[in-house]
Ligand binder design. Sequence first.
Ligand code: HEM
Length: 502
Amino acid sequence: MWFEILVSLIIGVLTFWCYRYYYYYSYLKVIPSPRAWPIIGSGLEFKNPEDSVETMLVLMNKFKTDSLRIHIGFRAIVMSRDYKFIEFLLSSQTIMNKGLGYKFFTPWLGQGLLVSTGEHWRTHRKMITPTFHFQILEQFIDVFHSNGTILIDKLRKHLGESSFDVFPYITLCALDIICETAMGISINAQLEEHSEYATCVSNMGRIIQTRGFNPFLHYDSIYKHSNLYREEQKCLQVLHGRTDSVIQMRRENILLEGSKKEKPAETDELGRKKKVPFLDMLLQASIDGRPLTNTEIRDEVSTFMFGGHDTTAAGISFALHSLANNPRVQDKAYQELKEIFGDDKERPCTYNDLQCMKYLELVIKETLRLYPSAPFYTRTAVEDFTYDGITYPKNMTIGILAYGIHRDPRYFPNPLEFRPERFSPENYDGRKPFSFIPFSAGPRNCVGQKFASMEMLSTLSRILRNFELLPATPKHTLKVAADTILRSANGMKIALVERKSK
Ligand code: HEM
């Protein structure tokens, strides 16, 4: 009896796999693919999920192709580093939905901007875009500075060591910054040894990544019985609970201030101009005359929390590692800072100072070229569509491999060389804008791009003014790994000495 059930089950699964395989194959047979096996699909090529982006590049080079078909369980996806195809996808006003993988973010981010679709996305994007205006972002420079001060203090403890991992420190600093700017509260991730909130944010990243790489856990019916799901529920209780209570508190504050006769103070108790966190702007915003619900606000705030801390933390840390290992570049960046600040290590940055950091901006661009925080992102279409003679079935995931096109010698000669000058106005004419897409491009590009650039400039300049960065001893080679963002599996090790004025 059990034997018969098992055999029927195996036959059923194999038949379904064959049907799905030939469904995709009938559409996409001209796109090269590594061998796909029943159930595990192309899994043998991707034994270590962390190496996925490097493996894709190896396979693309092996098959001499810019687009690759990969079978995952019963599905197939296409990954592409093809310039024209990327331009077509990112400029499209119709292929705008996100692909496989983003659904694992929804328990945390709900219908936030990163994952939402259709009219909901359109109205929210229109409402949120003005909140990232540079005049609004300018007020956050204080927040970058005060958290930078704590960071410098923490890093100073490693002076004289031959090697330490800088990434965890930058991550906590970025988390403090995004909490303060998004919600207007301090969670003291840098100061408290074990911040529950910080731990939950980090655990959510791991949970989403683990689920994404396990095809069985893609199905809600299986996932809901796993330990991972139970852990997710606990984290969500902490994360949503905190955001909900802050929303409630700030709603009441706004009501109270509105009921007072006198205008609310424009400065805080230290005399600094009061900052208006994103959350307050959302509380005062409306869509077609209707204020946002608490759930809508929570989704957007959670999206800023997720989209706005690991990405910038990875960017800053990869930049520090690159600077430590490229003394010529570091010296040039430091000389620029000396021209702006002289020998003053502490003077807070102004918006104007950030505008003057032209070379450091090139350093950030070159860092995000080699190490794009989002190494790939995906799209699906709601209808079949044809591009270059190939029909792509609706709902199929198509990946844009930013990591691949950024390292393509056709667009960036000697791509593995760290050379910020390649982005200087005399060398980079921007005629191939879709070859450099760390913040994506087109209608669904990163809404936080300007915020991220300002935060990275502020934090990097602060560290460079205080410390000289040295390569770790023994030499540390990055092991680039892709999970929810690009990171280094063996840390980002550098060494520091106190900066002496030259
Ligand atoms: C170095 C830092 C950052 C990088 C490299 C980056 C990269 C990206 C990329 C590639 C996308 C497109 C993703 C996709 O198509 O699925 C995106 C979207 C987004 N990012 Fe960023 N991001 C960064 C920082 C930030 C910050 C600081 C915030 C907010 C404070 C933010 C908020 C968002 C949001 C809300 C979206 C969704 C936009 C939409 O779909 O309309 N990001 N980001």
